[in-house]
Write a protein that binds this ligand. Structure first.
Ligand SMILES: C[S@@+](CC[C@H](N)C(=O)[O-])C[C@H]1O[C@@H](n2cnc3c(N)ncnc32)[C@H](O)[C@@H]1O
Length: 204
């Protein structure tokens, strides 16, 4: 799957500079992974589908408000979203310094003035403002994610968690912990990805 076709299939219109930034970001992931083991996926076309397009598949569900991406690792989904949505302030947070060092490098190389990078454990992150949306992919169980980010959320904020199969038990536990929250699930169709993908949206 080529990146341009994939983004068009997702309904995104990216300009040549954004497409070049996404490719340059993958080049960075490949280069740093030789030393720092940033990702298990090393095949370039799988990196396009399973990392870039998978990250961008949640663009439709976002508002333009500042966004916090928790446990972003090599920057997924936060950095592709920062490239595709230059009008939005995006903060990527991870507890591992080798990963945030990579994100800082990408911010500089790709001139992403809308991207901020934080090295912290989310449960002890002392943010200077509240967020109205938080994303996470391949992070903690939904109920733990919601518990840890709750102090960082503005009233009415949304937590958006990218998952594989429908996480029935995690949703049940989240609803039990947060009975006033509204939990919705969206099946995602990611170009070039056969496996099931779900976006779980928890509105506080
Ligand atoms: C499996 S990786 C997923 C990375 C990325 N979101 C992705 O989808 O490729 C989980 C990441 O969460 C980070 N992490 C684990 N516990 C954390 C915590 N309590 N606070 C912040 N980051 C954490 C790890 O350092 C790791 O980079």
């Amino acid at each position: 799957m080529n990146l341009l076709d994939g983004t068009l299939q997702l309904g995104l219109t990216l300009d040549p500079q954004q497409l070049a930034q996404l490719e340059a970001f993958l080049n960075g992931v490949e280069k740093w992974s030789r030393v720092y083991n940033l990702t298990r996926i090393t095949n370039r076309s799988q990196m396009v589908t399973h990392h870039l397009l998978d990250s961008l598949s949640l663009a439709d569900y976002l508002s333009d408000e500042p966004l916090l991406d928790v446990g972003s690792g090599a920057g997924f989904p936060g950095i592709p979203l920062a490239i595709a949505r230059p009008f939005q302030d995006i903060t990527v947070l991870d507890s591992a310094q080798k990963r945030t060092r990579f994100a800082i490098q990408m911010k500089g190389e790709l001139q992403l003035s809308n991207l901020s990078v934080v090295t912290a454990r989310v449960e002890s992150y002392d943010a200077d403002h509240l967020y109205s949306q938080v994303t996470a992919r391949a992070f903690a169980p939904l109920q733990d994610l919601c518990t840890w980010v709750q102090p960082l959320l503005a009233p009415g904020a949304k937590v958006l968690a990218l998952k594989g199969q429908y996480p029935h038990d995690e949703i049940e536990q989240t609803c039990a912990l947060f009975p006033d929250a509204q939990v919705d699930s969206h099946e995602l169709d990611v170009p070039g990805v056969e496996a099931q993908r779900h976006l779980i949206e928890v509105q506080f």
